[in-house]
Design a protein around this ligand. Sequence first.
Ligand SMILES: Nc1ncnc2c1ncn2[C@@H]1O[C@H](COP(=O)(O)OP(=O)(O)O)[C@@H](O)[C@H]1O
Ligand SMILES: [Mg+2]
Length: 212
Amino acid sequence: MRLEHVSHQFDGQLVLNDINLHVSPGECIAIVGPSGSGKSTLLYILGLLRKPDQGTFSMNEQDVFDLDEEKRRLLRLHEVGFVFQQAHLIPYLTVLEQLDLIQENKDADAKQLLVKLGLEHRLHHLPTTLSGGEKQRVAVARALINSPQLILADEPTASLDYENGRRVMELLSQQAHREGRSVVVITHDERMLDVCDRVLRVIDGTLTEVNS
Ligand SMILES: Nc1ncnc2c1ncn2[C@@H]1O[C@H](COP(=O)(O)OP(=O)(O)O)[C@@H](O)[C@H]1O
Ligand SMILES: [Mg+2]
């Protein structure tokens, strides 16, 4: 996917200023930057949840903001997976039911995915009985169940301790490296950056590559 010359403002304030970003299949990139610098705004644009004031965003050589609303909705549904800081699980559904609810392809193997994420012993548990790390891994599974080509995560480790955060970051980067997805993760935690291929910093609305 590719962003070109993307700018966006809120209330006359320029939040993103001529952003260019290319993420290849198989690549995991991290985005860092101070609070309020526009990281989430950038991620919402990538997630087709917000149309930028200016610039283009293409997936599979197609300008997605050129598509009509319905085509864009379907693209978002099929090709984008989101993970947030909190898992936001549905309180009265078991782990397996959380995935069944949104699974599009009846043959997609939710159980197998949950086993891969280390949740084999939690399939029939309700969210209240899970640890923070387990809940977040269910949120990752939910983002992956429909095999999206683009996986977006907004501070997915912020509510976890180091070990659990690390595990979630590794699962995300594996999606790029083993499954060929494009992964974009916003993180505050410098200790997690090594699992990503590139680190980009948002400063004053622009995106700069950080050298390791
Ligand atoms: N829906 C909105 N309406 C008005 N201002 C917004 C909105 N969303 C974000 N902003 C502003 O845009 C700036 C960037 O916000 P955000 O993208 O959430 O930054 P970050 O994720 O880096 O903390 C902030 O100044 C924020 O107040
Ligand atoms: Mg944010």
